[in-house]
Write a protein that binds this ligand. Structure first.
Ligand code: GLA
Length: 375
């Protein structure tokens, strides 16, 4: 059965776009294992757009491009499965994929059956070239039905970018996660924008259908397809912390075969992954905003009564933020104080007189896992 936590893995698009092939996919899978990323929870290897031939076979099936995938997709799936990993693939609900390859429009059932035959475990389903005559929700419901009936557990990753009020209908399609925003690029502005877009749509995510804030750019440093300017280490730390605290799926987008130690430390932070993978699956929320929408505080109630609290400074100047334990659901009269461990540094933060406070440099955050203990 598909686990009821937001999935973790690696996706080919952010760095490689159309430059994909079997060697890249298998060597990235090997790296997931050798680097310890698999042990940290990253298990899906997702082949994004551009894997197919431009034409279907005579039988009407999608065909992997033999120049890129000479042994076909079953071979790739078997390789991954033998190593405890899972295969993700990509198709589109519209007339063509976003990069103009064949899509699954009007072929939903045959394609779901083909994916099942190949041993696919995850389908990212895009939204480009939607025909005007059909509603988007209908197209996602079709694929939801096709996957549910295909005889294999295939995680349904909807990718309609929040368009056409996705949040109002996505839960009815059977999707396990939904892209809640447009495409990420490797810049600070993009990260900030995607976080701020969550303020109003967080209430639509959670167990069953997680808000997908898009693939990670951590460690891209301006290289690859969505590389652009790149971000600072501190900005990558904030990016990863926000995705974890807001329970987004975590799909690494950098070339992990070349990742540096700092990138690996961010991607494997145990406090943050523990929050993102929390088995209780309670929906995170925006607790308050300081002064303006650059200073949000997000909270997630965790298994065992713990609380994840994240103070974020998305602004360009230093800021001091605080919340009371009462704000977090623990009134003074309860006689409890909060003792927290910080992501990345492991530093302790303890509530004093019912207040939790922290100072933040520009573009930085502090995320803690708190436990309530008797005073
Ligand atoms: C869209 C998606 C991206 C990626 C590309 C592939 O833009 O949102 O994540 O899959 O298509 O063409």
């Amino acid at each position: 059965m598909i686990k009821n936590v937001p999935p973790m893995g690696w996706n080919s698009w952010n760095t490689f776009a159309e430059n994909i092939n079997e060697e890249l996919i298998l060597s990235s899978a090997d790296t997931l294992i050798a680097s310890g990323l698999k042990d940290a929870g990253y298990e899906y290897v997702v082949i994004d757009d551009c894997w197919a031939l431009r034409e279907r076979s005579k039988e009407g099936k999608l065909v992997p491009d033999p120049a890129k995938f000479p042994h076909g997709m079953k071979y790739v799936a078997d390789y991954l499965h033998a190593r405890g990993l899972k295969l993700g693939m990509y198709s589109c609900a519209g007339l063509m994929t976003c990069a103009s390859y064949p899509s699954s429009y009007n072929h939903e059932f045959v394609d779901a059956a083909t994916f099942a035959e190949w041993g696919v475990d995850f389908l990212k389903y895009d939204y480009c070239f939607k025909p005007r005559s059909v509603e988007g929700k209908n197209l996602y419901r079709r694929m939801g039905l096709a996957l549910a009936g295909c005889g294999r557990d295939i995680l349904f990753s909807a990718c309609s970018w929040g368009a056409d009020e996705t949040h109002t209908w996505i839960g009815s399609t059977g999707a396990n996660m939904w892209r809640s925003t447009g495409d990420i690029v490797d810049t600070w502005d993009s990260i900030k924008e995607l976080i701020q877009k969550q303020y109003t749509i967080l209430p639509y995510g959670g167990v069953g259908c997680f808000n997908d804030m898009d693939m990670l750019v951590v460690g891209m440093h301006g290289k690859g397809h969505v590389g652009l300017k790149g971000c600072t280490e501190e900005e990558y730390r904030l990016h990863f912390a926000a995705w974890c605290l807001l329970a987004s799926p975590l799909m690494i987008g950098c070339d992990i075969r070349k990742m540096d130690e700092a990138t690996k430390r961010i991607l494997t932070d145990p406090v943050l992954i523990g929050i993102q993978q929390d088995p209780r699956g309670v929906r995170p929320y925006l607790l308050k905003m300081w002064e303006n929408d650059d200073l949000p505080v997000f909270v997630r109630a965790l298994d065992g009564g713990d609380l994840a609290v994240g103070f974020f400074n998305l602004g360009d100047a230093p800021a001091s933020l605080w919340v009371t334990t009462d704000d977090l659901g623990i009134p003074e009269i309860a006689g409890l104080r909060l003792v927290g461990k910080a992501a990345y540094t492991g530093e302790e933060l303890v509530s004093k007189n019912g207040v939790l406070a922290c100072d933040l440099a520009a573009h930085s955050c502090a995320v803690y896992r708190f436990r309530a203990v008797k005073k």
